[in-house]
Design a protein around this ligand. Structure first.
Ligand SMILES: NC(=O)c1ccc[n+]([C@@H]2O[C@H](COP(=O)([O-])OP(=O)(O)OC[C@H]3O[C@@H](n4cnc5c(N)ncnc54)[C@H](O)[C@@H]3O)[C@@H](O)[C@H]2O)c1
Ligand SMILES: [Zn+2]
Length: 369
């Protein structure tokens, strides 16, 4: 089974990636956490309905007596109020310092449960069991937890690492097509920033990937997790290197905010952001046209992305406003070659405007399927 180690100051831990892992979760956790007093599975209704029974069966057969705590589904539930409600539930259910929380869901469940685990009785054990593509390749690795404030996303949070990350790609079988594709863009991002083989896989196995071929998907997840784990192990708290993971996110976040978080999934916004970053890299001479063409093709050939009707000037204004929170400079992660990126802080405004206008034009065009 592919295993990836994450090395951080607090502790090192494994991410295991394997089709069918869900059924073995109980045995694995029994070996890893023999002292666990009680196990609490934090989840949402859609995940519980599809996969809950299987997980509970596995935990029960290993001798645990798991209890399920359901939280409301979706991004609006990523608030401090949810943490308090869940903590009150834990108290009522008798959770003590030796309790173990399993985050069983997408990135929202992972972020909320991670924050809860870091705060409850000053910290209890956490297991991440991500069930969306985005959470399997990205959110479950790296120890960032958080909830949103009215002023913006992820403004309250902690760094808190799980004991283990259990990734079962089979769980993606019940994901909607659009959500599945949105996760693919984050995996492709890992290829562009640091894994040439992963990028080549997207170029040569596109049809199999889109058909969710289980070998390809397991491989893509393992490679993406490895890349993220390496970056996080080298720079746990985003001092420098970790910023490369933000490829496509500078403009992507601005697009998400400008469209009110309604028309674009996060991965789709990142996809557009990566195309923009590639065009910017070409315009400022950081990359060549062959590389830029390959990256744009790899992104755009995964399928049609939602049309963008945003104003390029408004996107620029958002980047300028963000600048205040980022030490006065807008940083762009720009692709240099396949597998190599660099951080640039000297991109002229007109280049950004042109890149966003190009996205609008592309989004109306006839590419993709
Ligand atoms: N901590 C990090 O490093 C990090 C990194 C990236 C993103 N995030 C966060 O992750 C969140 C987004 O995560 P997401 O895209 O997973 O969204 P999500 O958690 O809201 O899940 C999306 C939807 O898929 C459903 N779902 C989950 N698993 C399913 C399955 N196997 N089958 C069918 N439906 C399923 C959920 O119920 C939900 O309705 C954002 O809040 C973002 O800020 C965190
Ligand atoms: Zn992202």
């Amino acid at each position: 089974m592919p295993q990836v180690s994450v090395h951080v100051a607090q502790r090192s831990y494994q991410a295991r990636i394997e089709n069918g892992l869900l059924a073995r979760a109980g045995t694995l956790l029994g070996d890893l956490l023999p002292q666990a007093s009680k196990i609490f599975v934090v989840t949402v209704a859609p995940v519980r309905r599809r996969w809950g029974t299987k997980l509970l069966r596995s935990l029960n057969s290993a001798g645990f007596k798991p209890q399920v705590i359901q939280m409301p589904d979706g991004e609006p539930a990523k608030r401090l109020k949810t943490i308090e409600t869940l903590a009150e539930r834990l108290i009522r259910l008798g959770a003590d310092r030796k309790a173990v929380l399993i985050a069983f869901g997408g990135g929202v469940v992972g972020d909320v449960t991670g924050l809860l685990a870091s705060l409850y009785m000053r910290g209890v054990e956490l297991v991440q069991m991500p069930t969306t593509f985005l959470a399997q390749v990205d959110a479950s690795i790296g120890g960032k937890t958080g909830v949103n404030l009215g002023a913006g996303k992820n403004l309250l949070g902690t760094f808190y690492h799980p004991r283990i990350v259990l990734i079962d790609p089979e769980l993606l079988g019940t994901l909607a097509k659009r959500a599945f594709r949105a996760g693919l863009y984050e995996a492709l991002k890992c290829g562009i920033i640091g894994d040439v083989d992963l990028f080549l896989r997207f170029e040569s196995k596109r049809a199999q990937i889109l058909a969710r071929d289980s070998v390809e998907i397991e491989g893509i997840i393992a490679q993406s997790v490895k890349l993220k784990a390496e970056v996080v192990s080298a720079d746990e708290q985003e001092g420098g290197l970790r910023r490369v993971l933000n490829l496509g996110h500078t403009i992507g976040h601005a697009l998400e905010a400008e469209t009110g978080y309604k028309t674009l999934l996060h991965g789709e916004a990142v996809a557009w952001g990566m195309v923009a970053a590639t065009n910017i890299a070409l315009a400022v001479g950081r990359t060549d046209s062959v590389t830029a063409g390959r990256i744009a093709d790899a992104v755009l050939s995964l399928g049609r992305l939602p049309e963008l009707k945003v104003s390029a000037r408004k996107i620029l204004a958002r980047l300028q406003a963000d600048k205040k929170t980022q030490g006065g400079v807008v940083h762009f992660v720009l692709p240099r070659e396949i597998g190599k990126v660099e951080i640039a802080s000297d991109v002229p405004d007109n280049v950004v405007i042109n890149a966003v206008e190009e996205l609008r034009r592309l989004s109306r065009g006839g590419w993709g399927k």
